[in-house]
Ligand binder design. Sequence first.
Ligand SMILES: [Zn+2]
Length: 443
Amino acid sequence: MKFHQNVEKNRQAILDTERYVWNHPETGFKEWETQKYLAKVFEDAGYALTYAGDIPGFYTDIDTGRPGPKILIMGEMDALGAPNHVECTNGNAHACGHNVQCAALVGTALALKEPGALDGLSGSIRLMAVPAEELIEISYREELRKQGIIRYMGGKVEFLYRGYMDGCDISYMIHATINNNYDFVISQGCNGCMAKEIVFEGKASHAGGSPHLGINSLYAANMGLNALNAIRETFVDDEHVRVHPIMTDGGQTVNIIPSAAALSTFVRGKTIDSIKNTNRKLNRAMAGAAVSLGAKVSVIDRPGYSPLINAPMLVELTEATAGEYFGADRVYNSGKWGCGSTDMGDLSCVMPSIHPHMAGCSGTSHGDDYLVTDPVKACLGAATVQVALAEKLLKDEAKLAKEVIEKTELRYPSKEAFFADIDQLMNDKALVSYEEDTITVTL
Ligand SMILES: [Zn+2]
């Protein structure tokens, strides 16, 4: 239990990090205070950091001095906009417990600096603080895209694109979860998603005096929602498709026929293909709705996150590692598929990855009552499993890491093939065009 002791020795620094980050919640691509705090802890411990610079986030490498694979261990820094959270600060809160991940990353970094921590290991470990896991504030991120700062909406997928994960062979992180019957939970994986804005364009006119001169974009959007609901029965159960739009614009002035209306949604599914197929149906539904009123409609589509598939051999190893620490009866391999999404999914497309969950929180995930109630369990527990798993993978000349790499079937032959595929989900286009008596629909 060398790793447990090495983490335990740094208990106060870990718990201090958990509280600091909890009290300074920042949403994605704005985590500057969080980065500053974490970077100081890392640098005080003797780590040299490479910063993303124009967005928050950094990484550092720990070399054992012997050749072998590189393990990537991450902690997410971002919070949620949650103005009604019981302990929100500036309208934000860590209602998904990413502050626990920051503390666990610190615990991992400090434990690996303890004397003898790398004895008997081969290869290297990259520790990385990543921004922007939550897929929120899309318009802010779109602005960063327009400025050429980011290309992708999530921190990890952006870091992958930038090359910060080049050379990494296996990746993992441990996410906090609500206290339940178990301390440690592993699932099969979860859905991927894309982000989509749908903009209807009609024609304004006096709502009382001359509605016949207008084209009501709000009604077109309403019909689009009804059409979407009518095609839900064509969604295949096993594909776990989720489409959950909100209306972000429905007119501004009550006596004007709305000339603009907008919907915002994610399209989620078990595979990129199921997301693409559903998106096509959704475009068809929206185009049909627009055509029925003579309105125009356009879409702004962006890749969100790819489906997460936890590498089966990593699932086995992580389950065993967590079992050694918590007791096998406190570890639950659910075998279930989740319908949320994370950009760990993108990493799982190109390298063996795992994204398990560590208990220690209470309330509702993303809810106003989410609290870290057992920080010792959540933070020290996650740090211990992270370090112990790295040790398991890299000992004996990294025998198990090499086996994981060899046995894991990846969905793409290369990072380039992966980005080429998800880039098909990046579109700005009009779905309908009118020319005299001809209406053309583009899906
Ligand atoms: Zn989360």
